[in-house]
Design a protein around this ligand. Structure first.
Ligand code: GLU
Length: 305
């Protein structure tokens, strides 16, 4: 498979595409990003790295961090206990919706919407002495890159506008599904969202999900295969807010997006791929990112289906 030629085709097509998307502005610092940024990086298990554009520039990973947080929690706690506090069903609602939580007694639909990730943050705080340090070193161990860190401006900006996430936490605490104090959980959740990584670093970190839980650089087993199967299933059904069906339909790979404009997708036993384009469609997914991944599975002729 000539991946570089396929990526070059996508890069050329991008030049003639007009995005109708909008860069996220509800976190003011994110609105400052150049909407023209566009990068893609594919990491193939058998043949290595392929890329174009701004694939080495770091951006705010935002909700993509929810996959790392879930993985860490699944390594620390057994699945029965963990999934009693957060479900594994697609939400069909926006990522920060409060309505469903009220009906469903404070149990979030899945770990990839904000409410679910806030529960996962609460779990990690209870399980770890230093959750922030642990979280960063987990990412460092997956990528081999110790300079990955948060963007303090994005962190401060998100903190100043975190009323809705605070509301989700308050509601869940009223239902008894948050054990630590609200400020501590909010602070750790925002810390995770404000981490910056490049397309290349994300493709490298996500390789464990394509490679049966093993880091590709040394084949070290980081996550047991049964847990990887479950994480990939949740990415497939819940990775794209209330557009997970559309992403499955158009692209056909498990993945996760973030409001920073990044999307990571995996093809088990084949490759990981990350694309970054900041303008978002109305559902909060990178508009051109989705297009690029749809073209990838069309041009290669294979997806997981
Ligand atoms: N930090 C963002 C929030 O909580 C994450 C949203 C996202 O990327 O989906 O609103």
């Amino acid at each position: 498979m000539n991946y570089q030629q396929i990526l070059d085709t996508i890069a050329t097509e991008y030049l003639s595409m007009q995005s109708t998307g909008k860069v996220a502005s509800y976190i003011p610092e994110l609105s400052k990003i150049d909407p023209q940024k566009f990068g893609m990086h594919l990491y193939c298990i058998n043949s290595g790295h392929y890329s174009f554009g701004d694939n080495n520039e770091r951006f705010s990973i935002q909700s993509i961090s929810k996959v790392f947080a879930l993985t860490r929690a699944m390594l620390l706690m057994n699945d029965t206990e963990l999934f009693a506090r957060v479900d594994v069903e697609p939400s069909g609602d926006p990522f920060n919706s409060l309505v469903q939580l009220e009906y469903e007694n404070g149990i979030p639909r899945n770990p990839f919407i904000n409410a679910g990730a806030l529960v996962i943050s609460d779990i990690l705080i209870s399980q770890l002495d230093n959750p922030k340090e642990d979280f960063l070193s987990f990412i460092h161990s997956l990528t081999g890159t110790t300079s990955i860190n948060i963007n303090p401006k994005v962190f401060a900006s998100e903190k100043a506008y975190s009323h809705r996430n605070a509301a989700l936490l308050n509601l869940m605490k009223a239902f008894g599904n948050i054990t630590n104090d609200i400020e501590t959980v909010l602070d750790f959740y925002i810390f995770q969202c404000s981490i910056e990584m490049s397309c290349k670093e994300l493709s490298t970190a996500f390789m464990i999900y394509a490679n049966g839980g093993k880091r590709l650089s040394d084949e070290h087993q980081i996550v047991p295969p049964q847990k990887v199967k479950r994480i990939n299933a949740i990415m497939q059904t819940c990775g794209f807010y209330d557009e997970a069906g559309e992403f499955s339909f158009r692209v056909g790979l498990p993945g996760k997006s973030g409001v920073g404009g990044g999307i990571v997708a995996i093809h088990p036993n084949q490759y990981t791929v990350t694309v970054w384009s900041p303008p978002l469609n109305p559902k909060g997914n990178s508009e051109l990112g989705m297009y690029a991944l749809e073209r990838l599975t069309t041009l290669t002729g294979f997806s997981i289906f």
